[in-house]
Write a protein that binds this ligand. Structure first.
Ligand code: ATP
Length: 361
């Protein structure tokens, strides 16, 4: 089944979040609707669900239970950014992390790509960071009960890092499958020289998985060397696989090399769930000003459509995703960009430029 308009229905969650969230989420929704229509795909049935400051005010929690239940009933969703540092202390959970944990979204796929027409520190960057997303040093998710960070006395703080063979295997498979569809090269990024047990397990498990993918070239680097190498020669990399904290840091570095946080997309997924989420945060300085760059969420939404296309064997969704990717690139190539990239377009103007190009291929 090709999943044309008469095919499977598509139920997508939509979570605004804080700061620039409502603006970039609305923009992504519009672009997805137009791309699906242009590709001859099914119309998306959108399910709007609350999260963040407005949810605290209306429902007394940043992440209501019914938001989690609502998301569970969708085929995938678009998550806006949250600004949990600004919540009252009693509400200070990180909703994005809680959602990842609730749905077991163990893989965070973060591409970094330069676009012709956009100033980039690295014109040749075209890589994907595959970040393990469920353990490592993330204190909010690496314990079944309690926190991975604790203080035995007010002057001593401890942090526990969790690395399991099962999680390393899972994330390594994601990386090698992805590399098989790209330039067939995986770099394992770790720090086994100072953390030989945890990072050694990560590195060795990735190498063990590599044996199942004989067509893929594999090497490994310490994270400090990888950071320097990324700045020096980003074009050397295809797919990097790494643990949670290193992946977070390296992907912001890669995003900046590619141009701006405003273009850095990501997909969080498990075997049966996926969530599109921009790498950037809520950017409160830009909230409500029609100045945010919506591209990161456009490209994240395209990743979600492509993930759904594979999983549901519905190629029309992949065609809609390609329309989004091409429309964004063509808009940049035409010299149109938001202020973070030195352009003059507002969020709304940029969105309409992308929408127009979604229909022209
Ligand atoms: P978090 O810790 O939640 O990731 P942060 O405080 O590190 O958030 P962001 O909110 O991601 O940082 O953004 C930092 C700055 O980058 C913003 O203040 C804003 O100026 C700029 N920025 C981020 N995202 C965008 C965007 N989509 N469009 C334009 N500028 C952006």
């Amino acid at each position: 089944m090709d999943g044309t308009a008469s095919g499977q229905r598509l139920r997508l969650g939509l979570v605004d979040g804080d700061g620039i969230g409502p603006e970039v989420v609305a923009s992504a929704r519009r672009v997805v609707d137009e791309a699906l229509a242009a590709a001859g795909g099914p119309a998306a049935e959108w399910v709007a669900l609350p999260m963040g400051r407005r949810a605290i005010e209306e429902f007394g929690t940043a992440l209501p239970e019914f938001t989690l239940e609502g998301l569970a009933g969708t085929d995938g969703w678009i998550l806006g950014p949250h600004d949990n540092a600004s919540y009252p202390p009693e509400h200070r959970i990180a909703p994005g992390g809680a959602i990842r944990r609730h749905f077991g979204l163990h893989a965070n796929i973060r591409p970094a790509q330069a676009f012709p027409g956009i100033r980039a520190m690295a014109d040749d960057i075209d890589l994907v960071i595959v970040r393990e997303n469920s353990e490592g040093f993330y204190a909010d998710r690496n314990m079944a009960v309690g926190s991975g960070e604790f203080c035995p006395t007010p002057d001593i703080a401890l942090s526990v890092g969790l690395v399991t063979r099962a999680a390393c295997e899972r994330i390594a498979h994601e990386a090698f499958r992805l590399a098989a569809a790209r330039r067939k090269q995986v770099t394992i990024v770790h720090k086994a020289n100072v953390l030989p047990l945890t990072m050694g397990l990560f590195r060795d498990t990735c190498y063990a998985v590599a044996r199942k993918y004989p067509g893929i070239t594999v090497n490994d680097e310490h994270v400090d060397a990888a950071a320097a190498h990324l700045v020096r020669s980003p074009g050397d990399y295809d797919v990097l696989v790494t643990e949670n904290l290193f992946g977070d840091i390296l992907s912001d570095l890669a995003a900046q090399l590619a141009g701006s946080l405003g273009t850095a997309a990501s997909l969080n997924c498990s075997a049966d769930r996926a969530m599109a989420q921009a790498v950037h945060g809520a950017a409160p300085d830009l909230a409500g000003r029609n100045r945010a760059n919506p591209v990161a969420l456009h490209l994240s939404a395209a990743m979600l459509l492509r993930w759904l296309a594979d999983r549901r064997e519905q190629p029309v969704l992949a065609r809609a995703a390609s329309r989004i990717d091409h429309a964004v690139a063509a808009t940049f190539a035409a010299g149109i960009a938001t202020a973070d990239l030195g352009g003059l377009a507002s969020t709304a103007e940029f969105t309409e430029q992308v929408v127009a190009r979604v229909h022209h291929r």
